[in-house]
Design a protein around this ligand. Sequence first.
Ligand code: NAP
Ligand code: GDD
Length: 345
Amino acid sequence: MGKKALITGVTGQDGGHLAKLLHEKGYDVYAVIRGQMEASHPRYQEVKEKMPYVNLVMADLLDLSALTRAMQQIQPDEVYNLAAISHVGYSFRDPVLVADVTGKGVLNMLEAIRLAGLEKTARFYQASTSEMFGGLDYNRPDKGYDEDAAFHPRSPYGVAKLYGHWITKNYRESYDMHASCGILFNHEGERRGPEFVTRKISKAVARIKLGKQDKLELGNLDSKRDWGYAGDYVEGMWRMLQQDQPGDYVLATGETHTIREFCEIAFKEVGIDLEWQGSDVDEIGVDKATGKTVLSINPEFFRPAEVDILLGDPTKAETVLGWERQVDFPGLVKLMVEHDLNLEA
Ligand code: NAP
Ligand code: GDD
């Protein structure tokens, strides 16, 4: 019998990559999908059609009884908690729901494992985030944040994730659970939701190239992110649960780039050279060849508090886990634009 893995968040970006990886590694893969989701829902159908090897279990992260039943029925060897309301901007609009799902949902998962009597056998992965650092206490400009850096979350999402992070560590220390936290910096790719900036850009660039859209509207162009490829990051999650001891690990690239740079490279991929004109909310990006405005600022996308810079130091993951990345920054932008050109054509 193969090992059994239970994933939450399978309909999201990382869940799809992880389900595939675990299936390829010979696991029996189970995934929690929200109970209210109709079988006709496109995301449900995507999992059914593209990942037929995934056994679906209905449960919501807010529903401790359903999660406990799932743990009792499946008796998983490994549990990967990827489910969350994960959009930082949205978390300012609905902070209470985000606290419940992204924060308390983690406690529900840990309690479900305990209630099912699996705390000594099931290994647990919590999807922690670089948003917990927040950028304010950034004092290692050369190396970036590592596992010991101070936290200073700047959004309701970051605060909720910090609760999830600490309650996971608390269950590790209190009940001797093999519970690990991956502190992941931004990771992107062809499965990224269109509400996140990289996919919004790659999709718009493809549509502008194909004449299906005139212009892309963005918020802050000058924040910096440490962007990697999601497919590389799920391998790191799995490696954390293969260690003899649980622990916390930063997964990052050690490079940081502005949104502006992402835009420049993405437009270049389709043969558009961007020229920046104006400043602040009046700044625009112009196609040098045609003089057409292809990018402008919409203050609607500014956040009440911003994380100006994220840069991670993955030394521990590289040395202890032997974690490696296959896709670099220009490769990531290219992969996303090419994917969207094919999708939109
Ligand atoms: P994502 O694409 O936003 O996916 C979120 C998943 O959570 C979806 O499958 C969603 O299901 C599920 N979900 C939301 N509310 C739920 C609920 N109440 N009950 C059950 N499931 C629920 O996120 P992602 O990019 O794959 O990220 C995976 C995890 O890593 C998240 O926890 C995120 O916060 C964290 N993280 C991500 C990054 C990154 O750069 N991607 C970096 C650090 C940490 P529906 O389809 O039903 O909505
Ligand atoms: N989403 C979005 N939309 N962001 C924009 C836009 C826009 O139109 N314009 C500028 N930005 C800026 C945001 O202000 C932010 O500084 C940056 O682009 C990245 O935004 P997102 O792509 O939404 O990602 P995030 O960094 O806020 O959060 C992601 O990474 C976290 C890890 O650091 C999410 O995946 C989180 O779930 C994850 O924890």
